[in-house]
Design a protein around this ligand. Structure first.
Ligand code: ATP
Length: 150
């Protein structure tokens, strides 16, 4: 008889100023950092990393899910990952028109000759937030369409 191998799990908590956005047990998580996408498995050595706006990918029992987060930090422990960030959204909740407008505003701020260095840093983060929202919303729409086409 085939034996199912139980994968190790860890707790993930994503906290924003508005709510506890996500709390669950996962077998892996990939988070967006300044050095790129960073994958974590249970048993990881303790670490604190800065989070940049982008896509988080988690693998639950037998389901893969993704969501967007904005600036924050993650505390990684052997059996838990705690993410504290300014905002988090599931793909189906994203208002793409709003994100596209935010992207345009941020791009013009970034490219404006009158913007200060600080304003350009804020604009760069706003660009990352908007691009991540647009990307995950499009990925989600495509996966829904692919399901219908099957
Ligand atoms: P905007 O200029 O459109 O407000 P922003 O990047 O400055 O974009 P945030 O400060 O990151 O927005 O988020 C403020 C709140 O609005 C958060 O609760 C966030 O989840 C929500 N939010 C921001 N943009 C969107 C979007 N496109 N769709 C759904 N919710 C959004």
């Amino acid at each position: 008889m085939a034996e199912t191998v139980k994968k190790k799990k860890m707790t993930v908590e994503v906290v924003t100023p508005y709510d506890v956005f996500y709390e669950g047990r996962v077998t892996s998580i990939v988070i967006p950092t300044l050095d790129g996408q960073f994958g974590i498995l249970p048993g990881h050595s303790p670490l604190v990393v800065a989070i940049t706006p982008g896509i988080v990918r988690i693998e639950e029992e037998d389901e893969k899910r993704s969501f967007v987060i904005s600036e924050g930090f993650a505390e990684i422990g052997q059996n838990a990952v705690i993410i504290v960030c300014n905002a988090a959204e599931w793909p189906e909740k994203i208002d793409t028109t709003r994100a596209k407008e935010a992207l345009e505003r941020a791009m013009s701020k970034y490219n404006s000759v009158t913007s200060t260095e600080q304003q350009r840093i804020y604009a760069r983060h706003a660009i990352r937030r908007a691009k991540a929202r647009i990307a995950i919303a499009e990925e989600w729409k495509k996966s829904k369409k692919d399901k219908w086409d099957q």
